[in-house]
Design a protein around this ligand. Structure first.
Ligand SMILES: NC(=O)c1ccc[n+]([C@@H]2O[C@H](COP(=O)([O-])OP(=O)(O)OC[C@H]3O[C@@H](n4cnc5c(N)ncnc54)[C@H](OP(=O)(O)O)[C@@H]3O)[C@@H](O)[C@H]2O)c1
Length: 329
């Protein structure tokens, strides 16, 4: 059985380019006793991978020549464990490859009743759980709040905006270009969307939220973090979650001066989604029915075939993708 793998060809400097990766075919070894073999169906492409291939993401790295790590929805194609039978679709960390072998402890079931399996990697997966943790568990967003969310239509942002809308909040997204802003307002139901590529972000924010913002969900770092801090309402909450600009090595976010937080009586919280794993089951159980009823929309940008993974990753890192990036393997 052949295994198609995407390997790290070289570490990127700045924005990654497709030549940082190389496609490789090899024969899959015979299956070790006690393990199951999975065929990757949908592979999740995420910003944290930029830090991993750069050499360090919370202690995780990949060497040049290694398979790029990643989570996927996959189908079991060989098994000697009747709890995990052939044909079952599961979620597991396959990496960027078509075939992978696992201990059953590494597998999890995709949410029950979910008809579009790729959503288990986006709004109902790790990005969705991140949005839930940030806005529901930490910021406790409610009716009357005004929320600002950059990267508004991506993996985390799409769920974040919809959770806040369902909570009765006024939602202001930031995205790049008119097409992405239209997805934000027309498909995901943001109240407003600011185009970060056209016009002054601070002025546009002031125009749509003259009363200030109650919650800022930071997914990108500076300069937007500092703009948001300047326009925070009194007693505002700020969730620090991601630094996409810094991952590409373009800038080093310093953030606003502490005096600004003091003046605003702000509460600033850091978020790491791994701390909320215990909430995953309840999150999936609570939100799968809303997704199935169409009350929450997925917004995925699906690329066809593993060979597209390098380009898809680069598109995500420079804002060219129209949603959460997924590879249909
Ligand atoms: N702390 C945690 O546990 C945790 C967990 C998950 C994700 N995260 C972080 O959350 C962030 C979003 O992740 P995601 O999976 O939802 O990614 P994503 O939104 O699907 O993709 C990244 C998006 O970032 C935006 N972007 C790129 N360059 C930018 C720039 N220079 N300035 C402003 N925005 C820029 C682009 O959106 P637009 O074109 O729409 O602007 C791009 O589509 C990342 O920083 C990620 O590392 C953190």
């Amino acid at each position: 059985m052949n295994n198609t793998r995407v390997l790290l060809a070289k570490r990127p400097e700045g924005l990654p380019s497709p030549d940082c990766f190389i496609l490789h075919e090899s024969r899959a070894p015979s299956l070790a006793p006690g393990t199951v073999r999975c065929k990757t169906d949908f592979l999740s492409i995420d910003p944290y991978m930029r830090s991993v291939i750069g050499g360090n993401h919370m202690g995780q790295t990949v060497e040049v020549g290694g398979v790029i790590p990643g989570e996927a929805v996959a189908t079991i194609i060989e098994s000697d464990n009747s709890d995990w039978p052939v044909g079952l679709q599961v979620r597991c960390k396959t990496g960027w490859q078509s075939i992978s072998d696992h201990q059953t402890a590494e597998l999890s079931r995709i949410p029950q009743g979910l008809t579009q399996p790729s959503l288990a990697l986006s709004i109902l997966g790790m990005p969705g759980l991140t949005a839930f943790a940030g806005l529901t568990s930490l910021a406790k967003v409610g009716a009357g709040d005004t929320i600002l969310i950059p990267a508004a239509i991506g993996g985390v942002g799409a769920m974040a905006g919809q959770l806040c809308r369902l909570a009765g909040a006024k939602t202001i997204g930031i995205s790049s270009g008119p097409d992405k802003c239209k997805i934000a307002t027309h498909k995901l139901g943001y109240t407003h969307c600011i185009d970060r590529l056209h016009g002054d972000i601070a002025e546009q924010l002031q125009a749509v939220a003259p009363e200030g913002i109650d919650v800022y969900f930071d997914l990108v770092g500076d300069p937007i973090l500092t703009i948001a801090a300047q326009q925070l309402a009194l007693n505002g909450r700020v969730i620090l979650c991601g630094l996409i600009q810094d991952y590409n090595g373009q800038i080093k976010t310093m953030g606003p001066p502490p005096g600004l937080w003091i003046g605003k009586r702000a509460t600033v919280m850091g978020l790491v989604v791994y701390d909320f794993e215990h909430q995953r089951e309840a999150f999936e159980r609570g939100y799968t029915p809303l997704v199935e009823q169409g009350l929450i929309q997925g917004n995925e940008s699906i690329y066809q075939g593993l060979a597209q993974a390098p380009q898809a990753f680069c598109d995500m890192m420079n804002g060219a993708a129209l949603g959460k990036v997924i590879i249909a393997v």
